[in-house]
Design a protein around this ligand. Structure first.
Ligand code: SF4
Length: 421
């Protein structure tokens, strides 16, 4: 792979300007490559297209020769493009409540309006699926979301149903989920027009594991003080681990990013130029405010060093020697699927590992599954850690649920309080 970074040219970090990661260029190329493979498959039919949930069985689908499209990634693109509120009303008029997942409503609304940011990359529309595959480990909404498209395109829909709020990963749970992986294979073979190949599956699981380990190392660089990367960088650079997990492309990209972060540490370059406070972000990103929030925290010399969201794509339990059971384990171990008691333990450890000074809970109006301050966890965690926290109300995609002025005042006050500690 072409090495784009010129490590011999030191970057001079001035005032409170955020320094863009140089790997952004390579990230763009990696993502462009992904979308052009997808477009080719959709336009020529040379490969089948599977739609998959963001923490669904991507490895299995890649191993069977599918190009894999992720509607949640598309939802995030709509949010980041600040267009979600334009599309949500169309889904609402179609019977979908404005209270449910705004990825879902903005994605279906954009589809009903025959618009997609992918049109800028030469797509006529989103790539037509040959099959839709979901895992309910993150939420039940994904089944309803994919159901809309299964009906519209009249194509098969396959689901893995994972128990929720798992306190302990028992052998029974792992077996139930691993069996569901095995059970969808005959239907996938029919759509793919080819037989499942265990060696190719092992290969995809191994690549997914390697990509996840690199991603974990990248996130782990934020343990360094000052941190060379923050939440806003990670939310952008997580693209390959979401959509190319199980391919060499993700592994190649994360080697480049990791090298840049090591170099940043060596050169004393930090994500926030004068890092003073270190914050944990609990909940979804505010996609439509990513850049202004990044600038806001930088102005307050505050680095968001870790987050539940970005840390969720670390499936390092994947094991090519035992691909079905290890896939079941990895995707049931995911933070969002666990009980509050397990989540508290995970969060407590992250606060220590990343030397966190305080926590921001983003209560996302349309995603209760990714809002962990609804059942008292924030107070219980405070008792254990004594770390101050604030809760802000917003939403992942729908800007109408976010009061910017009120949130900025709350964040500013919170950071002043941290300074006084
Ligand atoms: S986890 Fe939340 S944001 Fe993600 S698909 Fe489910 S409801 Fe939507």
């Amino acid at each position: 792979m072409e090495k784009l970074l010129n490590m011999s040219e030191p970057i001079i970090q001035e005032k409170s300007e955020l320094v863009k990661l140089q790997s952004a260029g390579e990230l763009r190329k990696t993502m462009d490559g992904y979308f052009s493979r997808l477009r080719e498959a959709a336009e020529t039919g040379v490969r089948k297209v599977a739609w998959c949930t963001s923490v669904g069985p991507a490895e299995l689908l890649y191993s069977m020769g599918f190009e894999v499209y992720f509607p949640e990634n598309h939802g995030a693109m709509l949010g980041a493009g600040k267009n979600a509120d334009k599309y949500i009303p169309s889904a609402v008029a179609h019977g979908y409540s404005p209270e449910i997942c705004s990825y879902l409503t903005s994605d279906i609304g954009a589809f009903l309006q025959n618009e997609t940011p992918l049109q800028k990359s030469g797509f006529k529309s989103v790539p037509k699926p040959d099959v839709l595959v979901y895992n309910t480990n993150q939420c039940r909404e994904v089944a309803d979301w994919f159901g809309f498209y299964a009906r519209h395109f009249n194509v098969p829909i396959l689901g893995i149903h994972t128990p929720l709020c798992i306190p302990e990963l028992t052998p029974e749970i792992i077996k139930t989920v691993a069996d569901q992986y095995r059970n969808i294979i005959p239907s996938l073979e029919q759509v793919a027009g080819r037989k499942f190949d265990m060696d190719l599956f092992r290969q995809a699981v191994a690549l997914s594991h390697d990509g996840c380990v690199l991603w974990k190392e990248i996130l782990g660089k934020a343990k360094h003080r000052p941190s060379p990367i923050n939440f806003f960088d990670s939310a952008i650079h997580m693209g390959p681990i979401v959509v190319m997990r199980g391919t060499q492309y993700a592994v190649d990209y994360y080697k480049v990013l990791l090298a840049e972060l090591d170099q940043r540490i060596q050169d004393g370059i930090s994500a926030v130029p004068h890092e003073k406070h270190r914050i944990y972000w609990e909940g979804m990103p505010l996609w439509y405010k990513l850049s202004s929030m990044a600038k806001l925290f930088s102005k307050f010399n505050t680095s968001i060093v870790a987050s539940t969201y970005c840390n969720s794509w670390v499936f390092d339990d994947l094991d090519p020697a035992d691909p079905f059971e290890s896939s079941a384990l990895a995707y049931c171990k995911l933070f969002i699927v666990r009980s509050d008691a397990v989540k508290e333990d995970i969060l407590q450890q992250l606060m220590i590992d990343f030397s966190v000074d305080g926590i921001i809970y983003h209560e996302s109006k349309t995603c209760t599954r990714n809002s962990n301050n609804l059942f008292g966890l924030q107070n219980r965690l405070f008792k254990k850690t004594r770390l101050p926290f604030i809760e802000i109300n917003g939403d992942l995609n729908d800007p109408r649920c976010f009061s910017e002025e009120q949130s900025i005042i709350a964040i500013e006050t919170f950071i002043h309080q941290l300074s006084g500690r």
